[in-house]
Design a protein around this ligand. Structure first.
Ligand SMILES: [Fe+2]
Length: 259
């Protein structure tokens, strides 16, 4: 049953969306916090991330950054103009926003370079073990799952959690000041663009998904979408965990040495 959804409330208020979507967001909140409260961000905010973990973060997350417009293109391929209001909305939004993503890979490279990780290392350096978890999931859900699942997993869940951690970093004076003044603005451009206060993309993605699904989707469809959101958060958390492995190994070695 697809009772039509048309948003009347504010874009960025969860109460503007159908009850099933509000429940789904609430049920995935713990997994989202696993990303947003990840210890990596507090270490970075304090300007304390060691060089090899910084390198692992920049190199390990890069495949998702580079491929993100590709995920959106895979979802665009699933739309058919005129099939439904949700298809039309998704098609229009994806066409526009693939273009917006155009410079983001370049801005990531500027961030990496400012943090001491050269472009050649990001392109050709060995990928830290296990960090491919998020890229693999995004590829799978964008390539093979229905349109609503692809959009909710990437443009809603991945971008939404990213908006929150980007804001945490961007708000930290200590983190900002860890970059040389001369190149600070360019280094922090990616973070600035993705920080949640500027980014309405995740909300727009949620609106598209609700327009595709309507106000009364089947409980099986709702459970599946919730599972996709959760998998995005868990995959992000695993990828971030793996970026910190080198740091944890160093701690273990220094503790052994001190014993
Ligand atoms: Fe982006």
């Amino acid at each position: 049953m697809n009772a039509r959804f048309e948003r009347t409330g504010a874009l960025t208020e969860l109460t503007s969306y159908p009850q099933w979507a509000q429940d789904m967001v609430a049920e995935c909140e713990d997994a989202k916090q696993g990303v947003v409260d990840h210890e990596l961000w507090s270490i970075m905010r304090n300007g304390d991330l060691d060089a090899s973990s910084t390198r692992n973060f920049m190199v390990g997350v890069w495949p998702v950054i580079e491929r993100f417009p590709g995920y959106m293109a895979q979802n665009l391929l699933k739309t058919r103009y005129g099939r439904s209001p949700g298809d039309n909305m998704a098609r229009r939004w994806l066409v526009r926003n693939i273009r917006v993503e155009q410079n983001h890979a370049e801005y990531w490279l500027h961030w990496a370079e400012g943090a001491g990780v050269a472009q050649g290392e990001v392109f050709h350096g060995p990928t830290p073990l296990g960090t491919e978890t998020l890229a693999n999931w995004c590829e799978e859900v964008s390539g093979n799952a229905p349109l609503a699942a692809g959009i909710i997993a990437t443009n809603y869940a991945v971008e939404g959690a990213t908006g929150e951690w980007s804001q945490l970093l961007y708000d930290s004076a200590a983190y900002k000041e860890s970059f040389p003044a001369s190149s600070r603005t360019a280094s922090l451009r990616w973070l600035q663009l993705h920080a949640a206060y500027d980014d309405t993309h995740p909300w727009e993605a949620l609106e598209i998904v609700c327009t595709l699904m309507g106000t009364a989707p089947s409980s099986a469809d709702v459970a599946y979408l919730g599972e996709c959101v959760r998998r995005s958060y868990v995959s992000m958390q695993i990828t971030l965990d793996r970026c910190l492995d080198a740091r944890r190994a160093l701690w273990a070695m220094s503790e052994e040495a001190a014993a």
